[in-house]
Design a protein around this ligand. Structure first.
Ligand SMILES: [Zn+2]
Length: 256
């Protein structure tokens, strides 16, 4: 976690902007003391003391913290962005970044490996009930540049929720926008003789269950390329999308 409460005045502070002599600091969720970590290599942050029983900050990798800060800093330079806050507390969840963008309230959630599908759905429903539009962003994925890619369950959930788009952080507030086309496998035609008669098989295409073909749209700017949209509940295969309010990019479909 990048923020904590300074115990002396209960002001929320950002780790990179405070010194150790301002300690003690408290976790805003569990109110227990947290340690300020200001190393030379890693992003400055706060950490619970063991044993850790609180869920705030759980599963946040170094890259997760870097991306959160980069988005926060980039949005801070935009004139149409107001009420910008990092790690904004909404009770049932803490948004990585929150802002009003051209008047639209937006919660930005960055991928972390430890969130279950149930937790992702719960957070998404919570924002919907609060009238806040949610933007889920994936961490950079080098394997996307290949012609076939195997999306995770979470990426498939994003793809379904955002009408065939998944957002990957690139830099600052710039996101790669990816659509997954089916990956078609050719099953070759073959013939053989069995008991004196000709048998045949194959000669058709099938869709791979595992693989998809990534198709890139135009990169999107969080402050400029998106709009709030209502999304009805939907279920398909193993993917369950709750009724929700999504922040989705405005470019037209770039796939067939
Ligand atoms: Zn805590």
């Amino acid at each position: 976690m990048l923020t904590a409460l300074r115990q002396s005045d209960s002001v929320k502070v950002i780790a990179r902007e405070c010194e150790r002599n301002a300690a003690p600091f408290q976790c805003p969720t569990c109110r227990r003391e947290v340690t300020l970590r200001k190393g030379n290599i890693k992003v400055h942050h706060f950490a619970h003391k063991p044993p850790v029983t609180c869920s705030r900050g759980r599963g946040e990798s170094e890259q997760h913290l870097q991306v959160k800060l980069a988005i926060f800093d980039a949005l801070g330079r935009e004139s149409n962005v107001a009420d910008l806050e990092i790690e904004r507390d909404f009770g049932a969840s803490v948004a990585d970044v929150y802002a009003r963008i051209s008047g639209t309230p937006v919660a930005i959630e960055i991928q972390r490996s430890t969130l279950s599908a149930n937790e992702i759905n719960a957070r998404t429903r919570n924002y919907h009930q609060l009238g806040i539009y949610v933007l889920w962003i994936a961490l950079p994925e080098p394997a996307l540049t290949t012609s076939k890619y195997s999306p995770s369950a979470w990426e498939k959930w994003c793809h379904a929720t955002y009408f065939g788009r998944v957002y990957y952080w690139e830099q600052g507030q710039v996101l790669k926008v990816v659509h997954f086309d089916p990956y078609v496998i050719e099953v070759p035609h073959s013939t053989w003789y069995e008991d004196g008669s000709e048998q045949s098989a194959g000669g058709y295409d099938r869709r791979s269950k595992r693989w998809r073909k990534p198709r890139f749209g135009v990169p999107a700017l969080i402050s400029a390329s998106f709009r709030g949209s209502s999304r009805q509940a939907w279920t398909g295969g193993t993917v369950v999308v709750p009724e929700c309010s999504i922040y989705v990019d405005r470019q037209a479909k770039w796939w067939a």
